[in-house]
Design a protein around this ligand. Structure first.
Ligand SMILES: Cc1cc2nc3c(=O)[nH]c(=O)nc-3n(C[C@H](O)[C@H](O)[C@H](O)COP(=O)(O)OP(=O)(O)OC[C@H]3O[C@@H](n4cnc5c(N)ncnc54)[C@H](O)[C@@H]3O)c2cc1C
Length: 250
């Protein structure tokens, strides 16, 4: 049984901006494709491609963030692969609907006999709780393996092996705990990521999803500082990291 103590966030896709030659922008300052796409969309609204105020991309986008013109940020989409997170964490994550797309590991199709388990941050470091928690995970996993075996017998009349395994696993998974590791591909546009991050970085957010949000923020800020650089990470009362947004979208 493999115990995971922190998530893994991998960027798997970023925007590719293709500038139309007939509406070329007088760019200023360094920028990435996702940032240029947002600036291009914003400038189209006022046909200000000549950049009369002489703003850099970072300055231009900060002004848009300040004014709360959220729709400009819906064009740039970043896709992340999230691993090492629990099913309870993704249950909270997928509540974010507007602008999000999800593809998650199926417990009906995938054998969970050797699944990993994600230890909640609050339990980590307490030897007694860690031991009790690991025993609970091991016991649940053993129940799962036993249930799959019996269900495979029960459904031995089902001709298709794929279908039989699916029928067994879809019932047996009910004994797997919330801490079972899952993997999920999440695509979201910048406006949607910003909303999710604001909610899940807060001190009131559950610790695992908050830790994930901090990692996501760091990944996205590295990718597109002008789109996420107004967020601030700071230590919460309990010493863990949390964060707040600079320009809240009403
Ligand atoms: C600290 C915390 C505690 C929570 N506790 C609970 C809990 O106990 N129980 C629980 O069930 N959930 C809980 N949630 C989840 C919460 O209720 C939301 O489901 C989640 O935060 C997603 O927010 P959202 O709906 O604004 O996001 P999105 O679905 O991404 O929507 C973003 C915005 O788009 C608009 N929008 C989206 N869909 C619609 C629609 N159908 N109609 C109209 N406008 C729409 C709204 O303005 C919305 O704010 C909690 C969340 C947090 C951060």
């Amino acid at each position: 049984m493999n115990i995971l103590r922190e998530p893994r966030v991998t960027l798997v896709a970023r925007p590719q901006f293709v500038e139309p030659a007939h509406l070329a922008i007088a760019w200023k300052g360094p920028s990435t494709d996702g940032e240029r796409l947002a600036e291009f969309a914003g400038r189209l609204c006022y046909m200000s491609q000549r950049n009369p105020a002489g703003r850099s991309t970072a300055e231009y986008l900060e002004n848009i963030l300040k004014q709360g013109h959220g729709s400009v940020f819906e064009h740039s989409t970043y896709v992340l692969l999230l691993e090492g997170i629990s099913r309870s964490c993704t249950h909270e994550l997928v509540r974010h609907r507007a602008g999000f797309g999800y593809s998650q590991l199926s417990q009906r199709y995938v054998d969970e006999s050797e699944a990993n388990f994600v230890m909640p941050p609050a339990i980590q470091g307490d030897p007694v709780m860690e031991e009790q928690w690991q025993q609970a995970m091991a016991s649940a996993q053993a129940s799962y393996v036993g249930a799959v075996e019996r269900l495979m017998q029960k459904y031995r009349w089902v001709e298709s092996g794929v279908h039989r395994r699916k029928m067994a696993r879809e019932a047996a998974r009910s004994v797997l705990p919330n801490g079972t590791e899952t993997k999920i591909v999440v695509s979201a546009n910048v406006r949607a990521w910003r909303t999710m991050l604001e909610l899940r970085l807060g001190e009131g957010a559950e610790l695992e999803i908050r830790r994930l949000a901090v990692m996501i923020l760091r990944t996205l800020t590295t990718e597109a500082p002008a789109l996420f650089g107004d967020f601030e990470i700071y230590p919460a009362a309990d010493g863990t990291e949390c964060g707040r947004v600079g320009y809240h979208k009403v």
